[in-house]
Design a protein around this ligand. Structure first.
Ligand code: CO
Length: 595
């Protein structure tokens, strides 16, 4: 008998709906999902934590405890990114331990722990903590194809995870590219090596061959398969739950689940799917066998598509897909999964946009320093030098990255306490893990992207004509693309159009003030430091009048979830700073001027 681990409430919408499924759309179907008798349901972790506070104004902790109340019988699972927890950087041990303790307390039974680089040193603390709180621990290895990722290496690492105390194991094929033969070889290899705990195969439809791989996994003795309800999976989602149940009927692998019940659940999610029509993307819906060459996971593919759209570079999609394998080789073949998928993906976008390694993100530098863990394969000294400079050897660490980090929990708790924002202990973790957006969320300043009654929505039409930015204050009607809109500018940077609030710089490009040279002495020509892409200013590190050297950081820009140093192009003096911390900037926006 094979059991299913259903991903509808976590990975499915992370893969095809940009992680935007709301709790209110999950609750009506919970009792039915609980009735199926799934091995477990994945409902939390991965990108859902971030999406809840960033886009939905939902408390992720409340989501978890509410789901637990509505699903009392089936074990609930979270996807835990080892020392990255549910974010994109390493946290100190104390934060990881507290997080797992509270996740378990709020209803998480099973912990699927993985490290993006399959560095087992990074998995030790979360595994030991989850064991301590008496959770079910699933040790997971990211599946990828490379000269260093052999069947033998997977079997060896799975043996180590079993020895570390895991209750089950998972082959995490986040890109949906495991072939039937590889699935068979790894699972059979584990069984033959005497591994006795259950083995789970997690995959995605992307390559089009996953159904075949699942069948061969069954032949090799797989115990659990990951699926999601057909209405929410598409090409980058998981193999359909209903189809896998039907396919295994009347075989020795029969799940025994009630297909009629699954069809009811399918009907329910068909309606939910239509509600989120504004998020449907063709690229996420079509089978794409080229994944076997570029190896980009489903969640990352849909992110990459929307990030390129935001950057106005949608036409670079194919070029970026080609650049990814090259970057990955240079990086020592990391599996492409959060956060390495982001680091490699954004670096590939930069390489295509600005020339290969002409612009290097801070996260790429950290990766090369070993701050994410040990890269699986060798990196050439030339690459180290390209990324870190001639003194690279002094910068690369040998230890487990989090062992260099000081405990943070108490300090974060005191900070939040002094702001009067600790409603419950879990809030400290929300803040510790997402200091900016988490704080905004806890202050009640996050507005959901759309209120529920605004759904379903169509994708907004791209603006065809640039409308002159009205002078503030302004209240009246403006014609855009032949349609008249009610516009109300209540402050310098917020504007209400047809009852909805926007950041004005996104609607109307900032107009440059006309430069007036003094009559007697011509002003020296100022150099404008421009934002290379759309993003948010995380920090401004210079002030007017300050002398800077060429290459010195003047501001830090967050784009595509990565931090980028914006550097002065030459030696000089900062004349004017045009942006503020927290401000959203367009590509080409002037960050500062210098003379
Ligand atoms: Co996945």
């Amino acid at each position: 008998m094979v059991q299913l681990h259903d991903q509808t409430l976590r990975d499915a919408h992370q893969s095809v709906l940009a992680t935007r499924l709301r709790t209110e759309d999950m609750l009506p179907v919970c009792s039915k999902m609980d009735e199926v008798g799934f091995h477990s349901l994945e409902v939390w972790g991965g990108a859902t934590f971030d999406a809840c506070i960033r886009y939905l104004n939902e408390d992720p902790w409340e989501r978890l405890s509410t789901l637990k109340k509505h699903i009392p019988n089936t074990p609930l699972q979270m996807l835990e990114r080892a020392m990255n927890i549910v974010a994109y950087r390493n946290f100190p041990d104390d934060i990881v331990k507290k997080f797992i303790y509270h996740a378990h307390k709020n209803g998480c039974d099973n912990f699927r722990v993985f490290d993006a680089l399959n560095d087992l040193r990074n998995m030790k603390v979360p595994i030991e903590t989850a064991l301590k709180v008496r959770g079910h621990v699933q040790g997971s290895l990211c599946y990828t194809i490379s000269p260093v990722h052999t069947v033998e290496r997977y079997v060896e690492d799975f043996k180590k995870l079993e020895r570390m105390g895991c209750h089950s194991l998972c082959i995490k094929d986040m890109a949906g590219m495991i072939s039937p033969a590889r699935a068979y070889d790894i699972i059979k290899g584990c069984k033959d090596a005497g591994i006795s705990i259950p083995i789970d195969l997690h995959s995605h439809n992307t390559s089009g061959m996953t159904g075949l791989s699942y069948m061969r996994a069954c032949d090799a003795g797989v115990d659990i398969l990951d699926t999601s309800i057909s209405s929410l999976n598409g090409a980058t989602g998981q193999p359909p739950t209903e189809s896998v149940v039907a396919a295994l009927r009347d075989t020795e692998f029969d799940t025994g689940y009630d297909l009629d019940l699954l069809m009811d659940i399918r009907e329910y999610f068909n309606v939910v799917w239509r509600k989120y029509g504004h998020l449907h993307r063709e690229a996420a819906m079509r089978i794409d066998p080229s994944v076997t060459t570029h190896q980009i996971p489903g969640g990352m593919l849909s992110n990459l598509v929307s990030q390129l759209e935001q950057q106005g570079a949608a036409d670079k999609y194919e070029q970026v897909l080609k650049e990814v394998p090259r970057v990955r080789k240079d990086f020592g073949y990391p599996p492409l999964v959060t956060p390495s998928s982001q680091i490699v993906g954004v670096q590939a976008v930069m390489n295509v946009k600005f020339g290969r390694y002409k612009r290097i993100t801070n996260d790429t530098k950290e990766y090369f320093r070993g701050m994410y863990g040990r890269p699986p394969g060798e990196i050439t000294p030339e690459m180290y030098e390209t990324i870190l400079g001639p003194d690279w050897q002094d910068q690369v660490i040998e230890d487990r990255p989090s062992s260099l980090l000081k405990p943070e929990y108490d300090e974060r708790r005191d900070e939040l306490d002094s702001m009067g924002l600790v409603g419950k202990p879990e809030d400290v973790l929300t803040y510790a893990i997402y200091p900016d957006i988490g704080l905004k969320f806890l202050k009640g300043e996050v507005k959901p992207e759309f209120t529920s009654d605004q759904l379903p929505l169509k994708k907004p039409e791209p603006a065809q004509e640039v409308v002159k930015r009205p002078a503030y204050p302004f209240q009246g009607r403006v014609r855009v693309n032949g349609r008249v809109h009610a516009v109300d500018m209540r402050s310098e940077d917020r504007v209400i159009v047809d009852g909805k609030e926007y950041n004005i710089s996104l609607l109307f490009p900032r107009e440059e003030p006309a430069e007036k040279a003094p009559v007697d002495k011509p002003a020296p020509a100022a150099t404008e430091i421009l934002s290379p892409m759309l993003g948010t200013i995380l920090n401004v590190t210079v002030s007017p009048g300050q002398k800077v050297r060429g290459g010195e950081t003047v501001a830090i820009l967050e784009a595509m979830k990565m931090e980028n140093d914006i550097a002065a192009p030459r030696d000089g003096t900062v004349q004017e700073v045009r942006v503020r911390k927290g401000e959203d900037v367009e590509e080409g926006a002037v960050i500062a001027t210098m003379v």
